[in-house]
Design a protein around this ligand. Structure first.
Ligand code: F6P
Length: 521
């Protein structure tokens, strides 16, 4: 059964939200936060994670109406269909089953009458055994030396996810050095090659289609470089592939035993949980890779089973819709207070914008409301010294997710105290601002009385700028899995509510075609 096809703007809830917005747009976060129960009422605790969304321009009525909207478009039914493996990626005629990759239940998931779980388990065993061999040094290069370097060759979903996770889990890394080559820009691959020894490097070519221009060009360049010192008989010791296109992999010269599976029921940008994550397992070990999957599964179960008003991905999706569709905010920022997460915004840009950057609804009609948000961000505190001026005092409304960790990994408590003081201070500054009266007093007592009239307007902070606090105990493989899964389900929820198809990406094709034509002309 297909997904329901409901234009959200025709629902009763949308009409109520529109009326409610007329009053609610004057809501003031500072006033709202005077309610001593607000924090508790607008917080969700889930194991090692707290999501506090009290600093938003919402009341209980807003949340109720947003939940009503989710119910009216039958989000529950869509969630069930996704987890059951119905072909909800209608435009590509595919299931959307990245959740199956991390499912530990024995419940079968059938595609065309066949359970896919055994295939997933076999792939995981292969990832484990291969990672163990390479990490332990049992796997040898063509001159008998151990592998020291891993190069992931891929782009988009075949690069951003593994690259972001390896960067984020640096603390858990083993002796191997991991590199990522993605850009067709030859300077990228050249810079990486410069650092490599062909005798001790393992190349992981990741491409679902194995036709992507960037990946195949980079892989060919690397193979030619490798063959300057080795022979084609040495390729099996140094090249492995992750793909659905076994024929193309074979044509490239990769040994059948060195091919890891990919499946059409997993979208590229949701594939880091599959063998696409091989470089993750190689970099941090299979146990940590498994823990990442476990964290993601915990969030899957929360998303699947929790009531919408206490459901973290659903609530964050609804808040984003509130700002995107009613306040007409165009962008949202993702601001992790951890240098480890510096690649998260890049990763989320593909996940969110390739999924929900759609202007045609599930009827094939042009939508007459806003869909996918523009996502951007960087790490705190660096970004405080870069773009936060605009977020605090600029003319645009930019809802922001502040991601933080109670504990640091190296235990430098002095640093962490300062980091977290900034984390909380930014959210308070955005929400509560600084009034004319406060600025006035400040200037008076700082000996700048003469300049009060001149400086006052520039020093006022309007405040009333929304943020979500997403706070984990500690950055671990498991908590990272939870965080990524959280955003995946937020994407799904928004796609359902906007009545669009989130799992195709036809918008990237035209540019590819034109580039090919130009090359051949
Ligand atoms: O894994 P492949 O087939 O090389 O594709 C790479 C990327 O290209 C896209 O198809 C389009 O950019 C992405 O969705 C995908 O992640």
């Amino acid at each position: 059964m297909a997904l329901k096809n409901i234009n959200p703007t025709t629902t009763n809830a949308w009409k109520k939200l529109t009326n409610h917005f007329n009053e609610a747009q004057n809501l003031n976060i500072k006033e709202l936060c005077k309610d001593v129960n607000r924090k508790e009422d607008f917080s969700i605790y889930f194991d090692d994670l707290l999501v506090d969304f009290s600093k938003n321009r919402i009341t209980k009525e807003t949340l109720d109406l947003l939940v009503e909207l989710a119910n009216e478009v039958d989000l529950k039914d869509a969630i069930e269909k996704q987890f059951l493996g119905e072909k909800i990626n209608v435009t590509e005629g595919r299931e959307v089953l990245h959740t199956a990759l991390r499912s530990s239940s024995d419940e079968p998931i059938l595609i065309d009458g066949k359970d896919i779980k055994p295939k997933i388990q076999t792939a995981l065993r292969k990832i484990r055994s291969f990672s163990n061999k390479v990490i332990s040094g049992k796997w040898k290069g063509y001159t008998g030396k151990q592998i020291t370097d891993i190069v992931n060759i891929g782009i988009g979903g075949s690069d951003l996810g593994p690259d972001m996770v390896v960067e984020s889990l640096q603390y858990y890394k083993n002796r191997l050095t991991t590199h990522f080559v993605s850009n067709i820009d030859g300077d990228h691959v050249s810079e990486i090659i410069k650092r490599l020894d062909p005798e001790t490097t393992l190349f992981v070519i990741v491409s679902k289609t194995f036709t992507t221009q960037e990946t195949i060009t980079n892989a060919e360049t690397i193979k030619n470089w490798f063959l300057k010192s080795a022979t084609i008989f040495d390729i099996p010791k140094h090249f492995v592939a992750v793909s659905t296109n076994l024929e193309a992999v074979d044509n490239f010269g990769i040994d059948k035993a060195n091919v890891f599976p990919m499946w059409n029921w997993v979208g590229g940008r949701f594939s880091l949980w599959s063998a696409v994550g091989l470089s993750i397992s190689l970099s941090v070990g299979f146990d940590n890779f498994k823990a990442l999957l476990e964290g993601a599964e915990e969030m899957d179960l929360h998303f699947k089973n929790e009531d919408f008003n206490k459901n973290i991905p659903v609530v964050l999706a609804l808040l984003s819709i509130w700002y995107n569709n009613f306040y007409l905010a165009e962008t949202e920022a993702v601001l992790p207070y951890s240098q480890y997460l510096k690649k998260l915004p890049d990763y989320l840009q593909q996940a969110i914008m390739e999924s929900n950057g759609k202007g045609i609804d599930r009827n094939g009609e042009k939508v007459d409301y806003q869909t996918g948000t523009i996502v951007w961000g960087s790490t705190g505190t660096n970004m405080q010294h870069a773009f936060m001026q605009l977020v605090h005092q600029g003319t645009k409304l930019i809802p922001a997710d502040f991601i933080g960790y109670k504990e640091s990994l190296y235990g430098l408590t002095d640093h962490h105290k300062k980091l977290m003081a900034n984390y909380y201070a930014q959210m308070d500054a955005l929400a509560f601002g600084k009034t004319k009266e406060e600025v006035h007093l400040e200037l008076k007592f700082s000996g700048n009385e003469a300049k009060i009239n001149q400086l006052l307007p520039f020093k006022v902070f309007e405040g009333n700028r929304p943020s979500n606090k997403i706070l984990f105990d500690k950055l671990t493989p498991k908590s990272l899995g939870k965080l990524i899964s959280l955003y995946e389900h937020k994407i799904f929820t928004q796609g359902i509510l906007w009545n669009i198809y989130s799992y195709d990406q036809f918008g990237v094709e035209l540019g590819k075609e034109l580039a090919k034509k130009l090359l051949n002309s």
